[in-house]
Ligand binder design. Structure first.
Ligand code: BGC
Length: 396
């Protein structure tokens, strides 16, 4: 089961995303979010009820190091309590060190386009490993780095808000180096640690204009995975795959410029499913293609670190149930054909802050009432619990 700290914890005023929201650059301010920071035990009760074996979560750098070089003992203690609580319940932790957000001081003074970021990030990774690492079963150093780098340095819609290809390439390079350094440090401290990265690994294919569009699809995939992936070759103990949807690139003549929030780029755009709240095209078979491709390309064990579907308020939980079952069917097909898949994490336990889109899309097995911090288990929650209990899916 997967969640990320900034999206659920609430109240993190040291984070660059907090500033971004306050400046009105996202649809909602996160506020208390799910108040996981204070109520983590209630959510862990639900994980236990579901019967999941692993919880994918993350640590907020801006809580651990709210001021440059000054680490917060209190935040470290709190994260230890959270992870210890999971251990007490026999739930393993797959913990991410950087999930898109950075401390405000880092973003103001440095940013990943500056070389200093390598040492500064590695120092944070070292601190977390030394202080909390004994409670982490699987380390994911970075989550989908190309999303915030693309959106933050080319698209201008994530912090730090640049639209500058040179800064972008610098940031990709530095982040790859920061990753490699952290990988080595974690292994020095915990020689048997499993350390890796999660990629946004959707499936891209198009009909019509076959070869041309498919070439563009391959370039898009290279941009999302290969560009950074090549630089960190040999420094991954596993591959984390986040699979959500089909990306179908199409021509959109007459459109110039870039609208990265809506995925429209210089004459091309991604096809949309008008019925989906985020316009995403669900494509269960795509997870099978992705798993086969990742296994051949990387020759490493695979963790499915995210898979989920955004729905609308209240009405389409049935869609989520169908989504889970169909995707697991194709995961099973990949396993039967020999792909080494070690885990499956559904996104997400509860509805949470969907970055620029705020609270509108619902990804949770649990429905949130953010105003009163109340929650209700959806039907999909019970279906998921059945799957965990039987370690099998009943297909309708
Ligand atoms: C990200 C999450 C996000 C989810 C749904 C993933 O790409 O890791 O942070 O909420 O997709 O968009």
């Amino acid at each position: 089961m997967a969640t990320s700290s900034y999206q659920i914890e609430g109240g993190n005023s040291n984070s660059d995303w907090w500033e971004w929201e306050k400046a009105g650059k996202a649809d909602n301010e996160s506020g208390k979010a799910c108040d996981y920071w204070n109520r983590y035990k209630e959510y862990h009760d639900m994980l236990e009820e579901l019967g999941v074996k692993v919880f994918r979560n993350s640590i907020e750098w801006s809580r651990i190091e709210p001021e440059e070089g000054k680490f917060s003992e209190e935040a470290i203690r709190h994260y230890r309590e959270i992870l210890q609580d999971l251990k007490n319940r026999n739930i393993k932790t797959q913990t991410t060190l950087w999930w898109w957000t950075s401390p405000i001081w880092f973003q103001k003074k440095y940013g990943f386009h500056k070389k200093d970021s390598i040492e500064i990030f590695a120092r944070y990774a070292e601190k977390v490993t030394k202080e909390i690492g004994d409670l982490i079963d699987i380390f994911t150093v970075l989550n989908e780095p190309m999303v915030p780098l693309g959106q933050g340095f080319l698209g201008g819609v994530f912090p730090p808000g640049y639209k500058n290809p040179f800064k972008f390439l610098g940031a990709v390079n530095n982040m790859a180096k920061a990753y490699k350094k952290s990988y080595k440090i974690i292994h020095e401290i915990k020689p048997n640690a499993k350390v890796g990265i999660s990629y946004l690994y959707n499936w891209y294919e198009s009909e019509g204009f076959g070869i041309l569009l498919n070439t563009i699809n391959r370039i898009a995939q290279w941009f999302r995975i290969g560009l950074l992936g090549k630089k960190i070759k040999g420094y991954q103990d596993y591959i984390g795959v986040n699979y959500y949807r089909l990306g179908k690139i199409k021509f959109e003549f007459g459109r110039f410029g870039m609208d990265s929030r809506n995925q429209k780029y210089f004459g091309f755009s991604i096809e949309e499913d008008k019925d989906n709240v985020m316009k995403w095209i669900s494509y269960p078979k795509g997870i099978y293609f992705v798993l086969k491709e990742a296994s051949e390309k990387f020759k490493l064990p695979i963790y499915i670190t995210e898979n989920g579907v955004p729905t609308r308020e209240g009405i389409d939980d049935e869609e989520r149930i169908k989504f889970i079952k169909e995707h697991l069917k194709f995961v099973n097909k990949a396993i039967e054909e020999g792909v080494d898949i070690r885990g499956y994490n559904f996104w997400s336990l509860m509805d949470n802050l969907e970055w620029l889109y705020g609270y509108e899309p619902k990804f949770g097995l649990i429905e949130m009432d953010y105003e009163n911090i109340r929650y209700e288990k959806r039907k999909s929650f019970y279906e998921y619990a059945k799957i965990c209990k039987n370690n099998a899916v009943e297909l309708g």
